[in-house]
Ligand binder design. Structure first.
Ligand SMILES: Cc1cc2nc3c(=O)[nH]c(=O)nc-3n(C[C@H](O)[C@H](O)[C@H](O)COP(=O)(O)O)c2cc1C
Length: 343
């Protein structure tokens, strides 16, 4: 895959043609998408596939049940409602992604981050095969009928539906804000000469180049809810365990803006996970290496303050950057668990 090109060219597709999508292709793409995700833990998530006419019909019925009850929709002409329902019914296939429940917040975030990253990988791999996708988190999906249809258990987090299909025309790209405008550097990087020689020194320009590809992540409402804090030298080392400290990596903190509305907040967190996944894919093929982690300290406000994290923000992940060939990770990543069920 030409990673930078695919990340930049991928578009959200909202209008599909009638070419069927085979379950074999979906399973193969999903397996590859899961294998592309690297993490230290064993994230748990599951995925439902609705590809038969019956399952698609059942899914649409459960999706639109809440909509039909809405007072606003009751005032709409029947033709308009039918048109909307037909639009979803005509979509060739749907993948529903769910992060499994976990006992603590960090684990729960890990599962959710994993599922969002796999969704992004799936979109990229699909794009290479001419397959388009629409990530759907419409509030009408927050309904009992929909949750019952997908068998959502207590504590599980619904991450979104990917409506998928082939398409005739991709929409035009909508511009992204340059990463330079969302960038802060902390540490001895500004005076690089004062860094000890064995510290990893990745020029800010190299990382910004990667980030300017990565910002082509999908994000609802084009809110671009991310910013970046690059930490080098002793401040980076202070946040690492003894063994990791020896590799003297630089850290990239990827920060999400936290909207007051919980639905938007969840969508924004998902978008930031897509961006982080882009960074990892982009770095994998280059000179640098990134290990993603969700350390406990990011949940402690006092420990986040020295990095300038504001009350309406949170760190989504810490990327430990090292030179390829001298990767900072001490253990090989384990493969994520893939569970796919037909609806
Ligand atoms: C978490 C998430 C939720 C989204 N939800 C919706 C949605 O409910 N409806 C929709 O039309 N697009 C949705 N999108 C797609 C965005 O609108 C789309 O990514 C954005 O307009 C940028 O366009 P692009 O993906 O073509 O770059 C979602 C994207 C993400 C990452």
């Amino acid at each position: 895959m030409n990673i930078p090109h695919t990340i930049r060219e991928r578009r959200t597709i909202r209008r599909f043609n009638s070419t069927p999508v085979t379950p074999e292709l979906v399973v193969s793409l999903l397996t590859d998408a899961a294998n592309l995700y690297e993490d230290e833990g064993t994230p748990r998530w599951r995925c439902l596939f609705a590809g038969t006419p019956e399952s698609r019909h059942r899914l649409v019925k459960s999706m639109t049940a809440k909509m039909k009850e809405s007072r606003f929709v009751k005032l709409m002409p029947a033709k308009m409602i039918d048109f909307f329902i037909k639009q979803i019914t005509d979509m060739p296939a749907h993948l529903i992604f769910i992060a499994e429940s976990a006992s603590d917040r960090r684990r729960s975030d890990e599962n959710y981050a994993a599922v969002c990253s796999v969704m992004q990988n799936f979109q990229l791999l699909g794009w290479e095969r001419g397959l388009g996708a629409l990530w759907d988190t419409d509030p009408m999906l927050q309904s009992e009928s929909f949750h019952a249809e997908i068998g959502l258990q207590k504590g599980e987090r619904f991450a979104g539906i990917l409506h998928i299909g082939y398409f005739d025309k991709a929409p035009r790209a909508r511009r992204r804000t340059p990463a330079e405008q969302k960038w802060t550097a902390i540490g001895e990087d500004a005076a690089a000469d004062s860094l000890q020689p064995d510290y990893v020194r990745i020029p800010a320009q190299s990382i910004l180049k990667v980030l300017n590809d990565a910002v082509w992540a999908p994000n609802d409402g084009l809110r671009e809810p991310w910013r970046f804090i690059y930490v080098t030298g002793s401040q980076a080392a202070a946040k690492l365990s003894e063994s990791d400290r020896n590799a003297k990596p630089a850290l990239l903190l990827v920060v999400a803006k936290q909207e007051a509305d919980p639905h938007k907040r969840e969508e924004d967190y998902a978008a930031v996970c897509c961006l982080i996944q882009n960074v990892q894919l982009l770095l994998k093929s280059g000179e640098w290496h990134a290990r993603r982690s969700i350390p406990d300290w990011i949940y402690d406000e006092d420990q986040c303050k020295p990095f300038g994290i504001q009350p309406g923000e949170r760190i989504v992940a810490v990327l430990e950057l090292g030179e390829n060939g001298r990767p900072p990770q001490s253990e090989p990543p384990s493969l994520p668990r893939l569970i796919i069920t037909h609806l």
